[in-house]
Design a protein around this ligand. Structure first.
Ligand SMILES: [Zn+2]
Ligand SMILES: [Zn+2]
Length: 292
């Protein structure tokens, strides 16, 4: 069974355990690596997004910011904790980020600066938001929209996914069919958008995550079997991850997800390979092993 996860969240962001508690659980599981990938979500208009007031009420707004400096400061503190833990740990710890990709030019410029400063080991591409008519919508806004609007927003969603993959910033793409979380994008008509996105992903050479967190709703992982079959057809490697927001979720459903992937024809599962040149694990993109 896979002995690592690169998609995890901690306290200080929207996780429920500290870095040390997550690490202790990973040790218990006998893992070789753990990667922390807290949210990097910066958009100039995020505080005007419809969801923001709910985030404030629910007190989870701290992961959303309109200021790069603010988020950089948070990651500095978080990465400093990781550096401390690295000194004592038998398990290799990686610094990641789950990044919401936005297409406006200053975003890219500022993000590149943040990356150069923070030096993460890897980046996960995500689209929790859909930018449309100068408004940012999340999955719950989509759920509440009219059918016509939903369709428009879903098309935008898949366009965003392709733009994120195309950006070349990311090691792997998170939860491709995220919108099924609110029951959207499931109909056969969406297969065409999915196929186009898989084609882009293949062209760019980015990996796709098999995210086991959705099993908590008793369903398929992200992505579901329709997309898994497309990935198999294109021979795109998948990276299994738990998207753990608590230590107890680490490694959850890995076996069942892998079984499902194999049944869909997937034979390539990503592994971590360390670069020999410098003791750093900088490019998990060369971490492929066949049919393990
Ligand atoms: Zn996510
Ligand atoms: Zn996540």
């Amino acid at each position: 069974m896979q002995k690592f996860s690169l998609h995890t969240h901690t306290i200080g962001f929207d996780g429920r355990n500290t870095e040390a508690e997550m690490l202790a659980r990973a040790e218990e599981l006998g893992w070789s690596h753990i990667g922390f990938s807290n949210h990097f979500i910066v958009h100039r208009a995020i505080k005007e997004a419809p969801m923001y007031q709910y985030a404030v009420k629910g007190n989870y707004h701290n992961i959303y910011s309109s200021s790069f400096d603010e988020v950089i400061a948070k990651f500095e503190e978080h990465y400093k904790k990781i550096d401390e833990l690295k000194k004592e740990s038998d398990i290799k710890i990686l610094k990641g980020m789950e990044v919401d990709f936005f297409a406006y030019p200053e975003w890219r410029e500022n993000f590149e600066k943040a990356r150069a400063h923070l030096k993460p080991d890897y980046l996960i591409g995500a689209a929790h938001f859909i930018e449309h008519n100068n408004t940012l919508y999340n999955s719950h806004d989509l759920k509440a929209s009219s059918k016509a609007e939903q369709n428009q927003l879903l098309y935008r969603y898949w366009q965003n996914e392709r733009a994120a993959a195309q950006s070349g910033l990311f090691t792997f793409m998170a939860h491709l069919d995220l919108m099924k979380k609110v029951g959207l994008g499931i109909e056969p008509e969406w297969a065409e958008e999915e196929r186009k996105t898989i084609a882009t992903i293949k062209n760019v050479g980015v990996l796709v995550e098999l995210n086991t967190s959705y099993f908590k709703f008793g369903n398929e992982p992200y992505p579901g079997q329709r997309i898994m079959k497309m990935l198999a057809q294109e021979n795109i490697p998948v990276l299994i991850s738990d998207d753990a927001h608590a230590a107890s979720q680490l490694g959850g459903n890995f076996a069942i997800a892998k079984e499902m992937a194999k049944n869909c024809g997937i034979t390539r599962f990503a592994e971590i390979a360390e670069s020999k040149e410098n003791n750093n694990i900088r490019i998990p993109i060369n971490m492929l092993s066949k049919n393990r």
